[in-house]
Design a protein around this ligand. Structure first.
Ligand SMILES: [Zn+2]
Length: 152
């Protein structure tokens, strides 16, 4: 079993890897530190609009925490994606999250997914079949303009 991170302390962990006593001390020394759901939620909302890495940097949280917060707030419909940011050097496009529920910005810049390719292929096939259908129909029916030329 893990014990308090303070050296020499054998107390049972209560929060942030510290025992109750040391945690209370730490809380008194860091009044601005994020501790509860409400505090954290408000801090995340105050930090927006931001991308996930920006949020991590602003609040000093790690990737998974930032991800889970963004997910929670999205589920609550408290935030939405306002735009997509081009990567500075390389990598994925980043969603800029903004406060308020709205329609998520579409990422036109993102590489196409396989679903996009499949849809495009299906549409092309449909278009092709439609053309073939009208061609066949035209062949069956004698064209009045054609016989008028005297060639038929
Ligand atoms: Zn302790």
């Amino acid at each position: 079993m893990r014990t308090c991170s303070h050296e020499g302390c054998e107390g049972q962990i209560r929060a942030r890897g510290m025992c109750g006593k040391h945690y209370e001390k730490w809380r008194a020394a860091n009044p601005k530190a994020v501790t509860s759901y409400g505090d954290m939620r408000q801090q995340v909302l105050d930090a927006l609009p931001a991308t996930r890495p920006e949020l991590q940097e602003k609040l000093g949280i790690n990737r998974s925490t930032a991800q889970s917060w963004l997910k929670k707030l999205r589920d609550e419909r408290a935030i939405h994606i306002s735009k997509w940011q081009r990567p500075k050097v390389s990598g994925n496009f980043l969603a800029v999250h903004a406060v308020g529920f709205g329609i998520d910005a579409r990422c036109y810049l993102k590489p196409k997914t396989s679903a996009d390719y499949a849809n495009r292929y299906r549409e092309q096939k449909r278009q092709h079949e439609r053309t073939r259908y009208y061609e066949a129909k035209a062949k069956k029916k004698p064209q009045t303009w054609f016989s008028a030329l005297g060639a038929a």
